[in-house]
Design a protein around this ligand. Structure first.
Ligand SMILES: [Zn+2]
Length: 135
């Protein structure tokens, strides 16, 4: 019973992560398209195609529930051309994301280096608690 609960929690977490990755991707592609292709609100056909492709890759990810973020994945499932395009867009949008969508950007960074970053975040939090208790 307990293990079922843990398992479904893990699944819910990975689903949330997956949705977050989708949302982050979309925000980044939109940002790139708006500034580089002078689109007002909708994506240009090129970027829409790229985003659809990226979503489809997430959909078909061989890792399933254990999916790492695409940037951190050892299986390069993108075709060379799309991979190049998405990398270019992420490189452009990444630093800008931090200013406009700091929460999403930080969550994305956490997803990227999940284990190690979470550890250091916990250590950081524990240190602050200790300091708070001491004062
Ligand atoms: Zn575009």
């Amino acid at each position: 019973m307990a293990s079922i609960k843990v398992r479904s929690m893990a699944m819910a977490n990975s689903l949330r992560r997956e949705n977050r990755e989708r949302r982050t991707l979309e925000v980044m592609v939109r940002l790139y398209c708006r500034e580089s292709h002078a689109q007002e609100s909708d994506l240009c056909a090129h970027c829409q195609h790229l985003l659809d492709y990226a979503f489809e890759r997430i959909e078909n990810c061989p890792w399933g529930d254990d999916k790492p973020t695409c940037a951190n994945c050892s299986v390069h499932c993108y075709r060379a051309e799309e991979r190049m395009q998405i990398l270019q867009q992420m490189r452009y949008a990444g630093p800008r994301m931090l200013r406009r969508h700091p929460v999403l950007a930080i969550l994305h960074l956490l997803d990227k280096g999940r284990a190690s970053d979470l550890e250091s975040l916990r250590a950081h939090r524990d240190r602050r608690r200790l300091q708070a208790d001491a004062s």
